[in-house]
Design a binder for this molecule. Structure first.
Ligand SMILES: [Zn+2]
Length: 341
């Protein structure tokens, strides 16, 4: 198999068959949590559709495959939150929450053009779950009557798109991989020592794209460790320190760094889920495997229901933030409910 994708074999096999048979290549939706490797997957589909040597099975060496891999193929267009933010100031870019109709319109003008040199013109739209209503409706028109030479690939971190959009796409729901597959890939492809590979695989929660990205950005892994120290420390911190933490996060949130705050909450939730697993005597699925002593300590100090309640409350706080609840209120309220160690 030349797709060179770790995992998701069923999706690759299905796409390969369809592309070779010339079926269902007009609209594809790749969904799944962030960090699964969907970006690479979308490029592989574009290559498979246009490979000069073996369509359906991208050779990775022909001119078309190479140009697509290097993002400079004239018939493969990529858009998303990142392209929408080009030219904006950093704070403005951070405040962008939706894919706007202008982004879709620009795309649609492009879709009307015949391929320059490829078999198919491929349009990849990242962050499709962020299409606002107006943009979704505009997109729907193109999905209803795509030009015969166009393939549209929507990439979304959830399948929560307009149902009419989903129903017009061939949907591929990608899932996290088994931890051992991520670990094996890290050893085989990145020469990571076995122990490090297992640790990173555990932290990744099966998100292989995330694991490989971390190898390129070791600073982010250090940040993750520092954040976890802070979060564990909050259990024994004074009420004033806890509120200070909430205030800092709400400042970040209002300053446009929403993703940073969601990252904190996600990490904290993974921690409490681990405490729950250890307390319930099922530690096999623990994510923070290098923190076993801290986890054991916490698991002994809390009752199962209060662990469960707080873990759920973290998730609920994330939902409140997405629903535009005042961030300071939401975060302070969360910290007020943090059980004391
Ligand atoms: Zn090729």
């Amino acid at each position: 198999m030349t797709w060179d994708i770790v995992g998701h074999e069923w999706a690759v096999a299905h796409l390969q068959r369809n592309i070779v048979a010339g079926r269902d290549a007009h609209a594809i939706l790749l969904s799944g949590v962030a960090g699964l490797g969907k970006r690479l997957f979308a490029l592989r589909i574009a290559q498979a559709l246009n490979c000069e040597l073996s369509p359906g099975d991208p050779c990775q060496s022909c001119r078309s495959c190479r140009r697509i891999a290097n993002s400079n193929h004239p018939d493969v267009r990529i858009a998303g939150m990142a392209s929408q933010s080009v030219g904006l100031k950093e704070e403005e870019a951070a405040r962008q929450k939706e894919l706007k109709i202008g982004t879709v319109r620009e795309w649609q003008r492009d879709i009307a053009l015949k391929p320059y040199e490829a078999q198919r013109r491929v349009f990849i739209l990242h962050d499709a779950e962020k299409l606002n209503e107006e943009a979704s409706n505009a997109m729907l028109k193109t999905l209803e009557e795509p030009p015969p030479y166009a393939s549209i690939i929507l990439v979304a971190n959830s399948a929560e798109l307009l149902p009419t959009i989903v129903s017009r796409c061939q949907l591929y729901r990608l899932r996290p991989l088994a931890r051992r597959h991520v670990a094996n890939a890290l050893v085989e492809r990145a020469n990571l020592p076995l122990e490090d590979a297992h640790l990173l695989a555990a932290w990744s929660g099966g998100r292989i794209g995330w694991a490989f990205r971390m190898l390129e950005q070791p600073d982010e892994l250090q940040t993750r460790q520092d954040q976890l120290d802070t979060l564990i420390g909050l259990a024994t911190a004074s009420p004033a320190e806890r509120l200070r933490w909430a205030e800092q996060r709400s400042k970040e949130y209002r300053g446009g760094e929403q993703q940073l705050v969601f990252g904190w909450l996600e990490l904290w939730q993974s921690w409490w889920r681990d405490v729950l697993l250890v307390a319930a005597d099922t530690p096999e699925a623990v994510v923070n495997v290098d923190r076993r002593a801290d986890l054991d300590h916490s698991a002994r100090h809390y009752q199962l229901p209060e662990i469960y309640r707080f873990a759920s409350r973290i998730g609920a706080t994330g939902t409140q933030l997405r629903e535009n609840v005042n961030p300071q209120l939401a975060l302070e309220n969360l910290l007020l409910h943090l059980p004391r160690s």
